[in-house]
Ligand binder design. Structure first.
Ligand code: 3EB
Length: 323
C-alpha cells in the first residue's frame, strides 16, 4: 500500500528528538521554549523529555520567505509556516480562509499540492457559543479554502488544532507532489463525517497519514487524538478516564496502521515514538505523564498546556512513530 505513497525514502525523512543543524532539518519544533528558526506552538511547556523535535533529511534543504510565509524544501518535501496576529475576540473564519488560500496556492505553485501533515494553533479556540465557537468558525474557513482549491475528503491529511493563549494564528503544512496513505480509526467516525451538531462544516483531517521512509520503513504521523468514541466525547470532566479512552483510541489506530501498511512493528509505540501531549489543565500533567511512561516505556514526551478544540475534552495526544 505504501508503494503508491509519496516516496520520501530518497530524502530519508526521519523524526528525532533534539536539535539538528539547519541544513539537515526540513523542520524543527521548539516545544520547551521559543527558538529562532524553529516552529513553535505558542503553548506553555509543562514538562517531559521532548523539548525539541527535528524532522531531518539526507538531501539538501533550501529555504526562503514569500510574503509572510516561510518555506523549506528538501527534494519532494515542502514545509510551509505561517504566523499572523489573530484577535481572540474576533471571528476567525475569514482570517483562516485567507491564510489557507495563501498556503495552498504556494504549495500548488511549488508542485506540492498533496497535504501530508497540518498543525493549527489559534487563540481562544473555545470562545463563542454554539456555531459561533471560534473552533467551528476556524473549521468553516479551513473547509472553504480547501473546497475552493478543489481538495476532496480523500485528500486531507493528519492534523492538529489546538487553542493557545497568545493572540497569534500559526499554521504549519507539510506537503509533496504525491499523497501519503491516510488511515482512519475503527473506534471513531472519520472527523470529516462528524454529524452537523458539532458545527456547520466538519473538521478537515484524517486520523493518521503514513509515508514511505528510508530502507522500507514507514513513518506514521498520528493526528491529535482525544477521548472521542464514534463521534461523541466520553468521560467529560474526568481527565484520568479520558486518558484511558485516548490510549485505547491510539492502540486501535496503531493496530489498524500496522495491518493496513503491513508493518507489524507499528502496532505499539517504542523508543522511536515522539508524543506531543496537550492538556487543558496544567495540574493534570504529572498524572498524565506517569501513566504514558507506564503504558509505553521509552517513548519521548512533550507536555504542553493547550485548549483542546471541544470544550469538554481535557487531553489530546499527537504522535510520530516509525517501523
Ligand atoms: C477530534 O477527535 C479531536 O480540526 O484539525 C483533533 C485533531 C481534533 C485535529 C482539527 C481536531 C483537529 O475531533 C479534535
Amino acid at each position: 500500500m505504501l508503494d503508491e505513497a509519496v516516496r520520501v525514502d530518497r530524502c530519508g525523512l526521519k523524526v528525532e528528538p533534539g536539535r539538528r543543524p539547519d541544513e539537515r532539518a526540513l523542520l524543527r519544533f521548539a516545544l520547551d521554549a521559543p527558538r529562532a528558526g524553529a516552529a513553535g506552538c505558542g503553548l506553555e511547556w509543562l514538562g517531559g523529555d521532548l523539548g525539541e523535535e527535528s524532522w531531518i533529511v539526507e538531501t539538501d534543504v533550501r529555504s526562503g520567505r514569500s510574503g509572510d510565509i516561510d518555506w523549506r524544501r528538501a527534494g519532494d518535501l515542502l514545509f510551509l509556516a505561517l504566523e499572523r496576529t489573530d484577535d481572540p475576540a474576533a471571528d476567525p473564519r475569514q482570517a483562516v480562509e485567507s491564510a489557507y488560500e495563501h498556503l495552498l496556492a504556494m504549495a500548488d505553485e511549488a508542485g506540492c499540492r498533496q497535504l501530508l501533515r497540518a498543525w493549527n494553533y489559534l487563540p481562544a479556540i473555545n470562545a463563542g457559543e454554539g456555531d459561533g465557537e471560534r473552533y467551528r468558525r476556524f473549521c468553516l474557513g479551513r473547509a472553504a479554502a480547501l473546497e475552493q482549491a478543489g481538495y476532496g475528503a480523500g485528500e486531507l491529511c493528519a492534523g492538529t488544532a489546538i487553542g493557545s493563549d497568545e493572540p497569534r494564528l500559526r499554521i504549519y503544512l507539510l506537503c509533496a507532489p504525491s499523497a501519503g496513505v491516510n488511515i482512519e480509526n475503527p473506534r471513531q467516525v472519520s472527523a470529516y463525517h462528524y454529524p452537523r451538531r458539532y458545527g456547520p462544516r466538519s473538521p478537515s483531517f484524517a486520523r493518521a497519514t503514513a509515508l514511505a521512509g528510508p530502507d522500507g520503513s514507514a513513518l506514521l504521523m498520528i493526528s491529535g487524538t482525544a477521548s472521542v468514541v464514534g463521534h461523541r466525547t466520553v468521560h467529560a470532566g474526568d481527565a484520568a478516564a479520558q486518558l484511558e479512552e485516548l490510549i485505547r483510541n491510539l492502540e486501535s489506530l496503531l493496530a489498524e496502521s500496522a495491518g493496513k501498511l503491513d508493518r507489524p512493528g507499528l502496532a505499539t509505540f517504542d523508543e522511536t515514538s515522539l508524543l506531543r501531549v496537550y492538556v487543558r489543565r496544567a495540574a493534570d500533567w504529572p498524572a498524565v505523564e506517569r501513566r504514558l511512561a507506564e503504558r509505553w516505556p521509552g517513548v519521548r514526551l512533550a507536555g504542553l498546556r493547550g485548549d483542546v478544540c471541544r470544550s469538554d475534552l481535557l487531553v489530546e495526544i499527537e504522535a510520530v512513530s516509525r517501523s
